[in-house]
Ligand binder design. Structure first.
Ligand code: SF4
Length: 227
């Protein structure tokens, strides 16, 4: 496959690159958090709880799991009225479900008691809950609050560094670099596009460079073997 690695590269055109990837990922399941929002669970509370459920759990599992919880208890008040074992039973397919159930009930109680049931669109408040890190807070801010924060998970980190579009040694360093370079109109969408792209095309091992829609732009940084 050396021939593709030697392909002449075009200057970055992020509009065209993301347009191509938008077409490419249509065939794959939407990223769970966006899918959830489109099903009517798009508030900050829903998104943050769903993100807790999704930690170390595949989208195929975390999405139906979050839906099952919200069908049983659609609001923060309703979740707060449930016991930890009840929540654990509903989210059981998710990994670490007992710890997550405890964290979710704690979060729901605080949202119900301190914020009248509406989780504020506030990074500091969100990350003050157990089980909520910057990635979940930023994704929730992006999807539920319309905030312009880039959520950089391992896929966004890997893909944008392989492109050579940014150079960040950690997801957080990549986020800082992207926020300097990526047009704001893509700050929310990039996660939605690159999560399925990273899972199915620009995979961790043996990325599918030979059929990749952005090969002519991608510098393939660090890619030594590919399909
Ligand atoms: S699959 Fe290959 S060509 Fe495509 S973005 Fe990933 S490293 Fe670049």
């Amino acid at each position: 496959m050396a021939a593709t690695l030697e392909t002449a590269k075009r200057p970055f055109n992020i509009d065209d690159m993301l347009h191509r990837i938008r077409q490419e990922v249509k065939q794959f399941a939407d990223a769970a958090m966006f899918d959830l929002a489109e099903r009517g669970y798009g508030t900050a509370f829903h998104q943050l709880v769903a993100c807790i459920i999704s930690v170390r759990t595949r989208d195929e599992v975390s999405l139906p799991t979050a839906i099952r919880l919200f069908e049983a208890a659609p609001t923060a008040e309703a979740v707060a009225r449930m016991s930890v074992p009840q929540i654990a039973a509903l989210i059981k397919p998710s990994s670490f479900y007992e710890t997550k159930a405890y964290n979710i009930r704690d979060l729901a109680k605080r949202v119900a008691e301190e914020y009248g049931g509406d989780l504020p669109c506030d990074f500091e408040v969100m990350t003050s809950f157990r089980g909520v890190g910057p990635k979940c807070a930023n994704l929730t801010l992006g999807i539920a609050c319309g905030a312009t924060e880039i959520s950089v998970d391992i896929h966004v980190h890997r893909v944008t560094n392989r492109w050579g579009y940014v150079s960040g040694s950690t997801p957080d360093a990549t986020r800082v670099a992207l926020e300097k370079k990526l047009p704001r109109k893509y700050w929310v969408e990039i996660n939605r596009l690159l999560v399925p792209f990273g899972k199915h095309v620009c995979t961790g091992r043996l990325p599918k460079c030979s059929v990749c829609p952005v090969l002519e732009y991608c510098r393939q940084i660090g890619v030594t073997e590919h399909r």
